[in-house]
Ligand binder design. Structure first.
Ligand code: FEO
Ligand code: CA
Ligand code: CA
Ligand code: CA
Length: 634
């Protein structure tokens, strides 16, 4: 039987108690005794020498373009010296580029509308939309440790914002395809912006991978029709494709389509094909253009976990976070070149996309999504490889992949390369008779209810689980793997046995963020309701935990402010500074946000740029250090 390696130096801290928000002071980040968590940068903090945003006012596009974005999510720290330079490696642990995703916005917070619930009926302007779009995307922020404290280097030439309106290039097999062409971009090669950047990845050649997740929510098909599609079959395929990716009337309520017609999916149906990709960014070149790598497929990308074999084979593992969607693997056609950074520049443009099938016997197969194989033919709606990639979900349906309980993050063990994936929850499994997602997209995503299976064994999987797999012969590009379930999450006090889980240690649910530190500790972040009521009355608010992959032992490391999720984690190379994202504190659309949380400007985790005058909750990154200067987790 397989035995996972234990973390080097073990887990050395005592669990923090669950946060049940019993007192106002519990609206904070809490870490174990001997550790300190301080706010490093929050939404609206200036990344230049221009003034910080006043969170009591409406955000503007002008301010947001030089300020840290909203709703921080996946992140990675790229240590100095700049990749490819001959600078001294001695600064690696005290200076780096912190690159962060900004997944989405709560429009009432951006536009300063109260109560929040009135946003839907407030007259909207293009300026309001532009401010929201500018709060999306990516921040590149130079951070350094000065006089023992990490801070933003506001004079850095590396600091940069990439937003929902920044120029991005398309590359790979779908670039320039007819389905990518729009009136504004007749060549189908240039897209404005990257949206809903949820989780992330990074490559050994020093680039950042950002993943477009719930991009469908910005689009609206207002009429249920497709302008200019006179052929009924063509129209049917376009509308089915929109349904398969969750595009409908109104979207998620952002209302951008009212002011910005590129988000009208009925008028500009191809614009939505230009979102849903993994985007590669070179943080070391502030003038570089982000590149949407179409070879990796179009879906609701959670993260992009890059694994490189000893022989320099490169693969990227990717989840599609929706109920009953799939796990994917991209295998690069060419090998990583550790001696020539430029040689890796377009490595992600050529290779094979696979989707996973988990068999009941503990084995699994990677099924290729290659044109003219496995029914991916013109007769079935796939004219060429570009169309296979643009319609990756439909291609995966056709290939016979396993529908999973919402694939979120994926992380590989630094030594064994065993791969772990969070499956956050699923309340749409178990039908009689079973029905799958329809192959042509006529069944909207999320409406299908596959039966439980070995890899997704629970009906009403409200607490989620973590699955793991080992590639055949340990080769990342293998076509077969072995898998098992690392843990079923749950609440040991739940009256229903199937909700109790089998956690060896502190209970949690809705696992989402997942990351291995260099010693092989597995860090788990959660994304649940975040108010310690109902299903979460015993578990408390959202957390970050640390697990031993060998024994499953799990300890709660961090508790978080009210109504936030904990998402995004990276560290300095020496493991002595841990950067963690706190996203959407206070988020509850039914009530005024500021009644739910005043973090971080409450000052609970150190001073902020707002100077202790909380006017609205803000997503932020905290930096965690050990008071004795040691490695986090030891
Ligand atoms: Fe944006 Fe699946 O989390
Ligand atoms: Ca997530
Ligand atoms: Ca989530
Ligand atoms: Ca989120």
């Amino acid at each position: 039987a397989y035995a996972a390696p234990a973390p080097v130096n073990g887990i050395g801290f005592d669990s923090v108690p669950a946060n049940l928000y019993l007192s106002p002071g519990d609206d904070a980040v809490t870490v174990p005794a001997g550790y300190t968590a301080r706010v490093l940068v929050a939404w609206g903090d200036s990344l230049t020498q221009a003034p910080h945003w006043n969170p009591g006012s409406a955000m503007t596009e002008t301010v947001q373009l030089h300020a840290f974005g909203a709703h921080v999510d996946g992140m990675h720290l790229f240590p100095f010296p700049p990749m490819g330079s001959s600078g001294s490696p001695g600064v690696a642990n005290i200076r780096g580029l912190l690159v962060t995703n900004h997944e989405y916005v709560d429009p009432p917070l951006v536009n300063n509308i109260t109560p929040a619930s009135s946003y839907a009926t407030t007259p909207i302007t293009l300026d309001m939309v532009r401010a929201q779009q500018a709060a999306h995307g990516i921040s590149v922020v130079e951070v350094w440790k000065k006089n023992g404290m990490w801070e933003v280097q506001r004079t850095s030439a590396f600091n940069r914002r990439i937003t929902g309106n920044s120029l991005c290039k398309l590359s790979g097999p779908a670039a320039g395809h007819d389905l990518m062409k729009t009136a504004a971009d007749p060549g189908g090669m240039n897209v404005l912006g990257t949206l809903n950047n949820c989780s992330n990845g990074h490559t050994p050649w020093g680039t950042y991978l950002t993943c477009e997740e719930n991009w469908n929510g910005y689009f609206s098909n207002e009429t249920g029709d497709v302008a200019g599609a006179n052929d009924p079959e063509q129209k049917r395929r376009i509308l089915n494709g929109q349904a398969r990716y969750g595009i409908g009337k109104g979207g998620f309520g952002y209302r951008w389509h009212e002011m910005d017609a590129r988000f009208r999916a009925d008028l500009n149906p191809n614009e939505s094909h230009r979102f849903g990709w993994v985007v590669e960014i070179d943080p070391w070149d502030p003038k570089s253009t982000p590149v949407k790598r179409t070879a990796l497929g179009r879906f609701k990308h959670e993260n992009a976990s890059c694994v490189v074999d000893p022989d320099n084979t490169v693969v990227i593992y990717m989840g599609d976070d929706e109920r009953n969607e799939y796990l994917y693997k991209f295998v690069c056609a060419n090998k990583y070149n550790p001696r020539n950074r430029a040689a890796n520049r377009d490595l992600l443009d050529s290779g094979t996309l696979f989707v996973a099938r988990f068999n009941a016997d503990g084995g699994g197969k990677w099924l290729p999504l290659v044109w003219n194989q496995n029914g991916l033919t013109p007769a079935n709606g796939f004219a060429d490889q570009a169309e296979v990639l643009i319609k990756a979900r439909q291609a995966a349906d056709r290939a016979g992949a396993t529908m999973m309980d919402r694939p979120e993050w994926i992380a590989a063990h630094p030594a064994s390369r065993e791969v772990y994936m969070t499956l956050t929850n699923n309340n749409r499994r178990g039908s009689n008779p079973p029905s799958g997602n329809s192959i042509d997209g006529s069944t909207p995503a999320g409406s299908a209810r596959p039966p439980v299976d070995a890899a997704n064994p629970r009906l009403d999987n409200r607490y989620g689980h973590i699955i793991r797999w080992r590639e055949n012969m340990g080769k990342a590009d293998a076509l077969d793997f072995e898998w098992d379930i690392f843990v079923e999450c749950g609440d040991k006090l739940d009256p229903q046995p199937h909700h109790r889980g089998n956690i060896n240690g502190d209970d949690y649910g809705a696992p989402d963020g997942l990351w291995f530190d260099q010693d092989g500790r597995l860090w788990i972040q959660t994304d649940q309701a975040g108010d310690a009521t109902g299903d979460w009355a015993n578990i408390g608010g959202n957390v970050m935990l640390c697990a031993n992959p060998s024994t499953g032992e799990t300890r709660r490391f961090l508790t978080a402010p009210k109504y936030c999720e904990v998402t995004g984690v990276t560290s300095s190379p020496d493991g002595k500074a841990l950067f963690v994202g706190i996203q959407h504190p206070g988020e509850d659309w039914e009530t005024h946000f500021t009644q739910n949380s005043t973090w971080p400007d409450s000052g609970q985790n150190g001073p902020t740029t707002a100077g202790g005058s909380p006017s609205k909750p803000r997503s932020a990154v905290v930096v965690i250090t050990k008071d004795d200067g040691g490695v986090i987790g030891t």
